[in-house]
Structures are given as C-alpha cells and as structure tokens.
Design a protein around this ligand. Structure first.
Ligand SMILES: Nc1ncnc2c1ncn2[C@@H]1O[C@H](COP(=O)(O)OP(=O)(O)OP(=O)(O)O)[C@@H](O)[C@H]1O
Length: 392
C-alpha cells in the first residue's frame, strides 16, 4: 500500500513518543516463554484431546514504555493469539507475562481489573467490533461506565472530547455505527480504546480491513495519539510497509515463534533471517522507501527515517544515493505456513527455506544476537543472511 499523509499531525506534535510524566522509558510489558496451545478434540462417542494447535509456542519479548512495537508475519503465525494473550483475553498454556513489574499471568479477574483499564485493544474489523445497537456515545463511553470512572465535566463531555480527538464530529454522539464509513468506525474504536487513558494499546491489524486511502488516515491518527500521549503500542500487521511506517522496533513471527527482532533499521536494512528477507522482498521497494520517508525518527534510524509533514512520492531528500539501502533480491516464498498442530522439527521455517541444511531439521536455532548484529538485534537461524543482498 502507499501511504498518503492525510491526517493532520498538528504542528506541535513531538517527533518521538515520550513516556508520560517524565518517567524513564523502560520495560512496560515483558513476556517469557509465552505459550498457547489450543486443544484438538476428536473421537466418538467420547471426545478426547487428540492434539494441539501450537498457536504461540515459547515467545519472549519486551514492550517498552511509550514505544511502538510491531509484530509481523503471515496469516496463521499466531500474531492475533499473541495480542489476545497480552491483553489477557486468553489464558496462556505456559509462560509468564509481567506488566509494570507485576506478574499478571495468572491474575484473577479482580486483580486484573486495574491492569485491564491500562491495556486496551483495537480490532481489525471495525464492523464486527462495534455493537450495532449502541450509539457512538454509549460505545465510546462504555469503558468509563464499566470502570465507574467519572471524569471532571462528566462522561458525555469526555466522550465528545474523545470523538474530537479522533477526528469525528462530537455532534454525532447519538448516531449508530451503521451511519459511519469503515474508517470512521475504526476511529470510534480508537476513541473507545483511549477512553481510560491506557498505557498500552494492542492494535490487531487495525487497518487491514480498510480501503488503502483510508488506511493511511487511520495509521496517521494512531501515530499522532501514540506520540502525543506516549502510549505504547503493539502493532500487529502482515504488511511490512505499514509496520515500518509506525514502529520503532519490530519482531517477525513464524509458526508461533519469533524468528527475528530488532529496531526498524536493522530489520529493514540488514535482515538476517531468511524469512524476514522473504517478507521484505514481497513489499515493493518503492513502498518501503515511501514508508521510510514518513517514519518518525527514533533510535537506530537511518537518514531515510526523517519525518515528513508533507506527503511526497519520493524518498527523503536528505538521503543521498549512497545512504539509501541497496535493493533486495526478490524471493518468492513457496507454499503456505505449515500446520501449527504439527510444526516441522528443528527450525520451523526450514521446509520453505532455500538455505536449509541437515542441521536445521534436528536442532532448533535459538533467538540470539548473531555475529555482525547490532545490540538488540536477535535472529533465530543457523545460517543467517549476510546482510542486504544486492540485486545483480
Ligand atoms: N480459538 C482457537 N481454537 C483453535 N485454534 C485457534 C484458535 N484461535 C486461533 N487458532 C489457530 O491458531 C493459529 C494462529 O492463529 P492466529 O489468528 O493467532 O494467527 P495470525 O498470525 O493472527 O493470523 P491471521 O492474520 O490470519 O489472524 C491458526 O492456525 C489458527 O487457526
């Protein structure tokens, strides 16, 4: 997709997300060995567990205060399940989730109540995620009501303010979801997610169901609220151009596991895992450059990642040809993601990997910093790519 900067970011918006109240940015949520196996039932007349869908299978990651963390991978890799586990909408099979130094893995409903208000979700489908029988005012105000929050000035005033924040007319308070377009409905979802002033928003493919032109507007809205309010985001997507546009750090997921994680520049300019390389090569170069030219500057950003207030079809003028990342070899990934109920032994990607050798079938590669990787750039591969591969 191409990104048009149609959302007004506002002249006073800071360029980088900052932790609110001057707190030092640090770990907000840490996940260790997170696992979710869905049982497969079979047999007649008595149904028994005959297997398991290993949707998430030993995930380690950290989301820092105020950062936007991208999680990408093909359909069926376990991204949505991860998002729902982190929001504690699903019970993990194993592993640990720590939120602000508190282990919330097995927290009871009551213990979770204060955490739930700090962690909000935005869903993919703006049609099914809003109750068609409720007015916009009721939908956006429901988190306030459920949590018994009475903001100064009252709930209605707060909801109207939220509608204004997300670019909707506060006068539409009494309208119903069907009276809005897809993009506007997603804005309603964003307003609802903001109602309790969350610290973390888990956005599960928030623009995938929208028209390309509308996608850009919603992404720019999310970027703006992230920057202005210092909210951490877990941004789930299969589209690498979109994630680059939004996230400072990115994890690439394959069949329930993270295969590579690093800051944006490392992932896009020096991918080491063949799967990351393949995903990147599926995104047209022009889109990556365009997304890069619009991405907010952050740690590890290269010269391409200068924010641009004006939409432009060209890469950033600051980037000399020498500084631009070289073009990548095109790689066509054959076949589908194997079944998570019976993942390949060793490296799970080996059945689709052009570099696979015997060792890949017997030994699972750990997620580690490999030679030549920058700090924080981890790769799970026995035979990592040498860096960016030039075309011809
Ligand atoms: N409730 C469930 N019961 C059984 N299997 C499930 C359940 N939810 C998800 N799965 C399976 O877990 C695997 C991972 O699904 P998940 O939706 O997390 O992947 P994803 O990467 O988000 O893909 P998509 O982009 O298509 O949503 C899939 O094989 C899916 O069929």
């Amino acid at each position: 997709m191409s990104i048009a900067n149609t959302e007004n970011d506002g002249p006073t918006a800071p360029e980088e997300p900052t932790a609110p109240e001057g707190r030092t940015p640090g770990a907000l949520m840490t996940v260790e060995g997170l696992t979710k196996h869905f049982p497969i039932k079979g047999g007649f007349p008595i149904k028994r567990t005959v297997g398991a869908v290993k949707a998430v299978d030993g995930l380690d990651l950290t989301i820092r205060e105020g950062e936007s963390f991208g999680l990408v991978g093909e359909s069926g890799c376990g991204k949505s399940t991860t998002g729902r586990l982190l929001a504690r909408l699903l019970e993990p099979t194993a592993g640990r989730i720590t939120y602000r130094d508190r282990d919330i893995t097995r927290a009871s409903r009551r213990e979770l109540a204060p955490v739930r208000s700090e962690i909000q979700m935005i869903f993919q489908d703006p049609y099914s995620s809003l109750n068609p029988r409720q007015t916009v005012g009721t939908i956006v105000g429901s988190p306030l009501e459920i949590n018994n929050v009475d903001p100064p000035g009252g709930r209605e005033a707060r909801v109207r303010e939220l509608l204004d924040t997300v670019g909707l007319n506060p006068e539409h308070y009494n309208r119903f979801p069907h009276e809005f377009s897809g993009g506007q409905r997603q804005r309603i979802g964003v307003a609802r997610a903001l109602a309790l002033e969350p610290r973390l928003i888990i956005a599960d493919e928030p623009v995938s169901a929208l028209d390309v032109s509308i996608q850009a507007q919603v992404i720019n809205l999310l970027r703006r609220v992230q920057r202005e309010r210092g909210i951490a985001f877990l941004f789930i997507a299969h589209d690498l151009a979109v994630v680059r546009h939004f996230s400072q750090r990115i994890a690439v997921m394959y069949l329930g596991k993270i295969v590579e994680v690093g800051d944006r520049t490392a992932i896009y300019e020096r991918p080491r895992h063949p799967y990351t390389h393949a995903l990147l090569s599926a995104v047209p170069e022009a889109e990556l450059e365009l997304a890069a030219s619009r991405a907010p500057a952050g740690e590890g950003d290269g010269a391409l990642a200068k924010p641009s207030a004006e939409p432009s079809a060209k890469p950033s003028a600051e980037a000399s040809p020498k500084e631009r990342p070289p073009r990548r070899e095109r790689i066509r990934l054959e076949g589908d993601v194997p079944s998570p109920s019976n993942p390949p032994s060793g490296c799970r990607f080996r059945t689709r990997c052009w570099k696979a050798q015997d060792r890949c079938a017997t030994e699972e590669p750990p997620l580690v910093r490999v030679e030549g990787n920058a700090e924080g750039h981890l790769t799970a591969c026995h035979f990592p790519e040498a860096g960016t591969v030039l075309v011809e």
